[in-house]
Design a protein around this ligand. Structure first.
Ligand SMILES: [Fe+2]
Length: 312
């Protein structure tokens, strides 16, 4: 981004989500004797034509050129929570950057069914854990010991929340839970005192009306109450697989709540086509400046191209 002084001095944060990396060609019948059968059938009927590895390759190329300071990945890296999908998504994460440069939270598809941690989510531990932690890949064995997470880069605080848990076959709901909400309250307060730019990463959108009842965040109201009390500067989410940009009104201001389509989607409508957004965050005299630059996948060119850019 040379040539634009505002961008050159800003912290650049790229947001991508929902790649739905799959290994369905290798699936064994025994792995389908649960909720996975529904996801597998959905994949055969629709999603295998929608989510493409070639788009993820184009994304990787584009990110290597745009070279953001940090990359936020807001869940659903896998499709059926298969161990092979976790191994493949680990390789994909490594292609994006080191665990210090890439922050990951899980989505509902990453807990599609109950799995063995060491065979699945343990593959991402170093991309999920907080900076100040004594956890390594062996000691972190569940979400409760990791989330909410806190990573600080310069004056940017990346706060990760986990909403993922296995659900009934017809549901894709998320839940934060009381214990995580209590810890989150402490994190939001402490990072506010440090005057950091707080980016809340969450898979399920916390604003009402974005997804259907069966895909909702069940304790969204409790999160919104926390945000009203302690604030945040930006909320990034996935899950909806379409462009979603709104504001959450809080006393004395509003918080941008930004969703991005799946990173691997061809898109049955232009609103659902693969995109990523880069946020340029600059401290001002009394406030922050936040600029968004979008890049969208072009099927004709098989690459990502500039879409729009504006101030938030
Ligand atoms: Fe998803």
């Amino acid at each position: 981004m040379a040539g634009d002084p505002a961008k050159d001095t800003a912290f650049s944060l790229a947001h991508i989500s929902d790649p739905h990396i799959s290994c369905i060609g290798d699936i064994r019948v025994g792995q389908l004797l649960n909720k996975r059968l529904f996801g597998y059938l959905k994949w055969r009927l629709h999603r295998r034509a929608e989510h493409r590895d070639s788009i993820l390759s184009a994304l990787q190329d584009d990110l290597s050129h745009s070279n953001p300071d940090h990359i936020a990945v807001t869940g659903d890296l896998t499709h059926l929570s298969l161990p092979a999908e976790f191994r493949k998504s680990r390789q994909w994460l490594e292609s994006l950057g080191t665990p210090a440069r890439v922050t990951v939270i899980p989505g509902n598809h990453d807990t599609y069914v109950k799995t063995v941690w060491q065979q699945t989510l343990a593959h991402w531990t170093d991309y999920m854990v907080s900076d100040e932690t004594d956890q390594d890949n062996d000691s972190a064995t569940n979400f409760e010991s990791i989330f909410p997470s806190l990573r600080v880069r310069g004056r940017i605080a990346l706060i990760g929340v986990c909403t993922a848990h296995p659900t009934a076959p017809h549901l894709a709901v998320g839940r934060i839970g009381d214990i995580q909400l209590q810890k989150l309250e402490t994190l939001l307060a402490s990072t506010a005192k440090r005057h950091l730019f707080r980016v809340l990463m969450i898979h399920h959108p916390p604003a009402p009306g974005i997804v259907s009842w069966r895909k909702r965040l069940t304790d969204a109201a409790a999160l919104r109450a926390l945000l009203a009390r302690y604030g945040a500067e930006l909320v990034l989410h996935g899950h909806a697989h379409k462009i979603d940009q709104c504001y959450l009104k809080i006393p004395g201001g509003r918080i941008p709540v930004m969703g991005v389509p799946s990173a691997s989607a061809l898109g049955r409508t232009p609103q659902r086509r693969a995109r990523y957004y880069t946020y340029y965050i600059t401290p001002g005299a009394s406030d922050w400046r936040l600029r968004l630059a979008g890049r969208v996948y072009s099927p004709d060119e098989n690459r990502f191209i500039p879409e729009h850019e504006h101030q938030l």
